[in-house]
Structures are given as C-alpha cells and as structure tokens.
Ligand binder design. Structure first.
Ligand code: EPU
Length: 433
C-alpha cells in the first residue's frame, strides 16, 4: 500500500528520459507468443503491466530472460497453450491480445474476459467480430473467452470495424498474421502503437501493410521467425511530463520522444501559453507566464488522446478563464475530478463534458489515484499545488509509468514514495486499466 507524498509549488527544471510505449509493449509481448523461436525486444518499459505479461508468458512455458534493464529475450519455442495463468490474465486488460496471438499460434485460445473497468463499459465485440470473420468460433462464457479455428485454420477476410478500436485492430492483426490469404481491416485505429505492432510483426516475417492509416492489409504467412525489435517511446508518458511542466512551471527537456507523435499535445499546450521547442528526438517545454483557457476534445489518433485527458484537464484547472473538455472515447473518464475538487478545482461534469473554471492555485490534499491516468493527473495537481498532497492507491500509476518518483525528483519535484504495511484484506493489484 504505497502512497506518494508531494510538497508542491516547485518549478521543474532539467531533463527527463521517456521509456518505451506501454500500449505498444502490452501488445508486442503477447505477439512474441506467435514467434516459433527467440525474439529480442528492446526498450521495454519497466512497469507492472509488462512484468505481468512476461510472467504470463513464462507460466505458459516461454523462456523469458532480461538481458538488461529494458531488453528482454523471449523464447516461445516450447510454449504450451494450456498453461495460461487465468488469475493473472484477469488482472490486466491487455491480456485480450493473447486471444489473437494464441489463435494464430495454436489455432485455439482460452483467456479470461477482461473484467472490471474504471471508465465505462469496455466491450470486446469488435475483437470477436474480427476473429469470427476470419473463421474462428468465439464463445464468451463464465468469464472466459474461448476461441477455436476450423480444421483448415483461419482464412483472411474483409473486416469493417463499427467503432475505431485500438484493441480490436491489434488483436485482429495478430490473428490474421498467420491466416491464409489476405485480411483487410477497414476503419482501423491509427495510433503509433498500431504501427509499432505492425513493424514488430513484419520484422519477425509477417506481411502487414498500411498500419497508421485506416485501412490495414495483412497477407498471411505460415509462421513467424526469430528477430529483434525496439519499442517506440511512450507518447502518453511524454505528454504527462509536458503537462507536469505546464502545471508547475519551469523548463524541462523531454528526451527520447518522437515529436510527431506529440503534435496534438504540443499544439494544445501552445494554445495555453506553454512554449515548446521540437528537436529530432526531444522537446523542450517551458512555462513561465500565465496559463490560458482552451477547449479539448479527445478522439482517436491523430486527435487529442483520451489517455491525456485527465492530465490536460488538471492543467486547465489552473488556467485563466473557462475551458470545456469533451471526452470522445470513453463514457466515464471523469472520476478523478472529485479528487481535484478536494484540491480546490472548480469543475462541473455533465456526461462526457467537463466545464472547468480556472482558479489561480490548487491546494494540497489527501487524494486517491482512481486509475492510471487519473493517478497521473492528481500527481500533476500535487506538483503545482501549494502545500502537501498525499496520493493513495499509487499501484495504479505504477502499472504504466516507469520510475515516476525518480524521474520527477530528478527534475526538482519534492515527491517521495512511502510504503505502509499491506492490509491483508485488500489486494494490491487493481483491476484493469
Ligand atoms: N469499443 C467497442 N467495442 C470493442 C472495443 C472497443 O465498442 O470491441 C469501444 C470502447 O468502449 C471505447 C472505444 O471503442 O469507447 C475505444 O476503445 P479501444 O478498443 O480503442 O480501447 P482499448 O483497446 O480497450 C486502448 C488503451 C487505452 C486507451 C484506448 C483508446 C491498451 C491496453 N489500452 O484501450 O489505454 O484509452 O486504447 O486509445 O492499449 C491507458 O493507457 O490509460 C488506457 C486506458
């Protein structure tokens, strides 16, 4: 039961190095299951979500070896389809990628249904629609997803996603990689991690074309072979540090980023009065003056990312004037607002819209991290606030941010992680992010 104690009001200065992208890593690690051989993956973020997926693969018989802090070698030569540890799978949303990967490798899959959710209904109907179009028989029963291929295996098909879905696009891509013939995914998601998964699969011998556009074509290959791949930097981790500097003030160089992936975040922060300089693989973020109001609407890439909505809304809580934030992806992603209100924020939420009246200063308070990005938001609020903020349930934050406390300390934040003995009645692994 760790908590963060933040003494706010210090400007941030220095350099911060961004880790590998969580939402790419959580698809690429399950994809390693499809490789009948050894694959080496570099730039793996050290977060509990990737740890958990590596443990799941080991329990299924893969040989998993960390070569250094961020490079892992996974040998799935003797992996078994029946070794899946369901209790671990249930704890992580991204275990749904094992459906596509196992179907592709074994011709059948049994995984847990990703249950519990923090920001509204999170269906997987588009994943199932895609697998079914490829010829799989998919059944959801008793909290499990069971999928089987026909005797001749999966066959390529044309699939139109009714809703732009990151998870469905990647899962169908996985299953289609070794299906016979050509699969076309239309209305596909275009996030940088979709392109990263396609590049990973291609470097292992797959033939995936068009990732990054709304039409992805996958030409099935019989099997994937050994290879080596480096994961892209995390767009949302970078954006979170950009928002932290915007909120607390100061000047920080954010290194190991792809500035193009940050375009929508940079544009919005500039509108709010934050200075941003872009270099080949870094951005410098500077904020000394007052923050200006702005309106934000989250959308699938290349729109403003929903995974940055809590962080940018927190910055807007301290901007001059009234801002309107519209959540365009999830039904209920404003739970953290009640935490920000404890710190003096003035926000009215009505369905998917939050109307924020900026206040000159937030004040420290005891708050809770409701989920991963909500947790990042209250940390940002604590950095900018006067006084002390105590953030509970930081286990959510550690699912997706590598060494947040260390990285913030290095740029001048006063933040420490305090451990308290676990309450035996409470599980420290939260459901689903
Ligand atoms: N949707 C459906 N049916 C489906 C799948 C999705 O209706 O079969 C709907 C969802 O309810 C939602 C929208 O489509 O309204 C988008 O969902 P998507 O499938 O894109 O989300 P996801 O794959 O479950 C990933 C990230 C999330 C991120 C979203 C959107 C992972 C593990 N998770 O979730 O990341 O918010 O894409 O970009 O990659 C986070 O990192 O904090 C996080 C929550």
């Amino acid at each position: 039961m760790d908590k963060y104690v933040i003494n706010g009001g210090r400007k941030l200065y220095g350099e911060v190095e961004i880790s590998g992208a969580k939402n790419a890593a959580v698809a690429i690690i399950p994809a390693a299951l499809m490789v009948d051989g050894v694959c080496r993956i570099e730039n793996i973020p050290q977060i509990s979500d990737t740890d958990m997926l590596l443990t799941i693969l080991s329990e299924m018989g893969a040989k998993v070896r960390m070569l250094n802090r961020t490079t892992v070698e996974i040998d799935c030569t003797s992996v078994r389809k029946d070794g899946a540890p369901f209790e671990l799978m249930r704890k992580i949303r991204a275990s749904y990628y094992l459906i596509g990967a196992m179907l592709g490798r074994f011709g059948s899959a049994k995984t847990t249904m990703p249950g519990g959710c923090n920001f509204g209904v999170r269906p997987i109907d588009q994943h199932i629609k895609g697998m079914t179009a490829l010829g799989a028989h998919v059944e959801v029963k008793g909290g499990f997803v069971c999928a089987d291929c026909p005797e001749q295996g999966l066959t390529g098909a044309k699939i139109y996603l009714d809703k732009v879905s990151v998870g469905a696009t990647m899962n169908i891509m996985l299953a289609a990689t070794t299906a016979k013939g050509k699969t076309t995914i239309e209305n596909a998601a275009r996030e940088p991690h979709i392109v990263d998964l396609a590049n990973f699969l291609n470097s292992m011998g797959a033939d995936v074309r068009g990732a990054g556009t709304d039409t992805i074509k996958i030409y099935g290959v019989p099997k994937l072979k050994s290879g080596s791949y480096s994961i892209i930097p995390d767009q949302i981790e970078a954006g979170t540090y950009m928002a932290a500097v915007a909120a607390a003030g100061g000047e920080v160089t954010i290194k190991n980023v792809i500035p193009k992936h940050l375009d929508c975040i940079s544009a919005k922060l500039r509108e709010m009065g934050v200075e941003i300089e872009e270099y080949a693989d870094s951005v410098v973020v500077r904020r000394n003056g007052k923050l200006q109001r702005a309106n934000v609407k989250t959308q699938p890439y290349p729109g403003f990312p929903t995974d940055m909505q809590p962080q940018i809304s927190t910055v807007l809580c301290m901007a001059e004037g009234t801002s309107v934030v519209t959540e365009g992806v999830w039904d209920n992603r404003y739970k953290y607002i009640s935490e920000l209100k404890k710190m003096g924020a003035e926000v009215q939420v009505d369905g998917k819209t939050a109307v924020i009246e900026g206040v000159p200063m937030l004040t420290g308070a005891p708050v809770v991290a409701c989920d991963l990005r909500a947790g990042a938001a209250v940390v940002i609020a604590g950095l900018a606030a006067s006084g002390t903020t105590v953030v509970e349930d930081v286990v959510y934050i550690e699912r997706g941010y590598e060494n947040l406390v260390g990285k913030l300390t290095a740029i001048g934040a006063d933040i420490v992680c305090v451990s308290e003995p676990d309450d035996p009645g409470i599980s420290d692994t939260p459901a689903i992010v």
